[in-house]
Design a protein around this ligand. Structure first.
Ligand SMILES: [Zn+2]
Length: 355
């Protein structure tokens, strides 16, 4: 089931990109919809979510776009030369435009042309989808930021990044670390750092995205437990979760690591939807129950009283009510040591720094 592996990898990563877009856009519903998140994912991780490889993207195309791509593929074989879908489309568009201009000229005529207009509309839309410029960078939800001069520390030195302008006038520096091979992807992590560069402080939240089925997750997989433990060590243990007496105002306990179960997609053309619960990782033990054959399981009904919906999660982090307490830059580097590199050997790590 090679295709299922790819589908799971794409889907879990797409959910993480969507989580990123929600935080970075401060909950903007349009900017953080699945289509825009998919576009962003394709731009920064083309091997997984790029136009020519992604199963999810292919299924999101209109029927007309699919038709022209299929037609181009077979025409290429028939004519023994490369026939591009866009050429075929442009040819048909000019034919319909030509016919409709005749209708325009004989305006008084009562003859109907509604079907031709409808068809032309579909062709225009397909052209936007297929044409390379249709996917240009200016269509991304966040605009590129150039010549950003501020230096902020990073633990992913040497990994390429891309800077984006955020709606709140800050900059988001984005890196994606991932396994070499798509089939090694077992999930996705989102790590979001919010910097206050002036006083060299930073607050972090990390979310581990993991596919579950029928709102139930077995906690028996060694590898999975290892991943959770790694994140717990990274952010929860060593007192990182404790509340801070100095905290002025109201705040949740400092848990900064969350598990976000993601509903499995049964097939690529299914509506994109998932449960959005975010469960603090250090609360997993308190929520788990016994499943079949005595295995530990995590069930929706046992976690929903503690977990946060994705809207609550985004809002509370952006208001500074959840996430780690503010750390100094030296604490930060201490914390991260090896985490990013180790984790990215089996998971997609979406690593964002806002400053
Ligand atoms: Zn915690």
């Amino acid at each position: 089931m090679e295709n299922m592996d790819r589908l799971n990898a794409e889907w879990v990563s797409l959910n993480a990109f969507r989580g990123l877009s929600k935080i970075a856009s401060q909950g903007d519903m349009v900017k953080s919809n699945y289509d825009n998140a998919l576009q962003l994912g394709g731009a920064v991780y083309p091997e997984l979510l790029g136009d020519d490889v992604s199963i999810l993207k292919r299924e999101r195309e209109s029927d007309t776009a699919k038709e022209y791509k299929q037609k181009a593929r077979l025409s290429s074989i028939r004519d023994s030369k490369v026939v591009e879908a866009i050429e075929l489309l442009k040819k048909d568009i000019s034919e319909y435009e030509g016919l409709l201009s005749i209708a325009e000229a004989e305006r008084d005529s009562k003859q109907r042309v509604d079907q031709l207009k409808k068809k032309l509309g579909q062709l225009y839309k397909a052209k936007e989808e297929i044409e390379p410029e249709g996917h240009s960078e200016n269509q991304l939800i966040f605009r590129d930021a150039y010549n950003v001069e501020r230096v902020i520390p990073t633990l992913a030195e040497g990994k390429g990044y891309r800077d984006f302008e955020l709606p709140n006038d800050k900059v988001m520096r984005l890196r994606v670390l991932h396994p070499d091979r798509i089939e090694h992807i077992t999930g996705a992590d989102l790590i979001y750092e919010r910097h206050s560069p002036a006083d060299e402080k930073v607050s972090i939240v990390a979310v581990q995205y993991k596919i579950w089925e029928k709102r139930l997750m077995y906690l028996s997989d060694e590898r999975m437990l290892g991943q959770i433990e790694k994140m717990e060590k990274f952010l929860c243990s060593e007192g990182k979760c404790d509340s801070d007496a100095e905290d002025h105002g109201y705040r949740f306990p400092c848990c900064a690591a969350f598990l976000r179960p993601t509903d499995k997609l049964q097939k690529p053309d299914q509506a994109f939807m998932s449960t959005g619960e975010h469960l603090p990782i250090c609360k997993i033990d308190g929520c788990k129950s016994r499943g079949q054959r005595g295995a530990d399981v995590l069930e929706y009904k046992n976690m929903k009283n503690i977990s946060l919906s994705s809207e609550m999660f985004e809002y509370l982090f952006n208001k500074g009510k959840i996430g780690s307490k503010e750390m100094s830059y030296s604490e930060l580097s201490e914390l991260y040591r090896d985490f990013l590199v180790e984790t990215s050997s089996e998971r997609v790590v979406i690593y964002a720094q806002e400053f």
